[in-house]
Design a protein around this ligand. Structure first.
Ligand code: NAI
Ligand code: BUO
Length: 265
């Protein structure tokens, strides 16, 4: 980032970095020169250790921090550990999230509370914890969160998920305005159909609901992408790298679609 002295190391914390988009972001930011705190649920430790090794192979430092992002104390502790063990704190990527595939009329209170705790509360805690650490260290840091095409258009059978991602876009707009006087920027990325474990699960659940064969729902969604191919974690990571880097110093409050041409803002 432009505001760091050349001699300082830069540190980014990425949640949900044990697999999928989070792993892709962690590796891209490491190749950009960041040391990385790989945050994920404790059961993901083995996969996350693999990501830590991949980052180290790129010549950067990395640590795994087990945390449940729906818990404020876990996120605050993860940010503290990243800063203490890696020696700085410059970027947080609030990436961890879950999907829920459920017809609107069947969504339960428990399911709604769970998806909001993981997809929305986590973003509030991540923004608060990062802003406090940036202030403590005198940094003009970057906050970047996972939205989705479902933050711009509500998707049938993904009602609670869509609502949670609309909330991420709203939080991004509000936090960017409140934190701008401190020089902190707040942005979000909005992927489309990314080939990760999340879409394997969405496809399986949609099959159970609409009877189409496994893989058919994913195929039909991919056919609606202008660029004609499924999105990769690397496609998403490029946008996060931009938000974390010097070229985005004057960009804040934005949710950027990175969907290969599905929705148009
Ligand atoms: N896959 C897709 O097509 C799209 C994904 N997104 C968003 O991108 C983000 C990443 O998604 P994917 O990599 O596809 O998902 P994924 O399911 O492959 O990976 C999610 C990661 O988050 C971790 N995680 C889940 N709950 C957690 C918790 N409470 N605390 C800490 N970590 C937790 C999981 O262990 C996993 O490592 C999510 O926020 C998702 O909503 C947005 C648009 C499209
Ligand atoms: C997983 C996701 O965000 C969508 C809309 O597919």
């Amino acid at each position: 980032m432009a505001e760091n002295k050349a001699s300082e190391n830069k540190v980014a914390l990425v949640t949900g970095a044990g697999q999928g988009i989070g792993r892709g972001i962690a590796l891209k930011l490491a190749s950009d020169g960041f040391d990385i705190a790989v945050v994920d649920l404790p059961f993901q430790e083995q996969k996350a250790a693999g990501v830590v090794s991949e980052i180290e192979a790129l010549g950067r430092k990395a640590i795994f921090v087990g945390a449940d992002v729906s818990k404020k104390d876990d996120i605050v502790a993860a940010v503290d550990r990243a800063a203490a063990e890696l020696g700085s704190f410059d970027v947080i990527v609030n990436n961890a999230g879950i999907a829920q595939v459920k017809p609107f009329e069947e969504i339960t209170e428990e399911e709604l509370n769970k998806i909001f705790a993981i997809n929305v509360n986590s973003v509030v805690w991540g923004i608060q914890a990062a802003a406090a650490k940036f202030t403590e260290l005198g940094k003009k840091g970057r906050i970047i969160s996972a939205a989705s095409i479902a933050s711009v258009k509500g998707f049938p059978i993904l009602g609670a998920y869509s609502a949670s991602k609309f909330a991420v876009r709203g939080l991004t707009q509000v936090a960017s305005q409140e934190l701008a006087p401190k020089g902190i920027t707040v942005n979000a990325y909005a992927p489309g159909i990314v080939g990760t474990g999340m879409w394997d699960e969405i496809d399986k659940r949609l099959s159970e609901i609409n009877g189409k064969p496994i893989g058919q729902n994913l195929k039909e969604n991919v056919e609606s992408i202008s660029l004609g191919r499924i999105e990769t974690p690397e496609d998403v990571a490029g946008v996060v790298s931009f938000f974390a880097g010097p070229n985005a110093a004057y960009v804040t409050g934005q949710t950027l679609l990175v969907d290969g041409g599905m929705l148009y803002s």
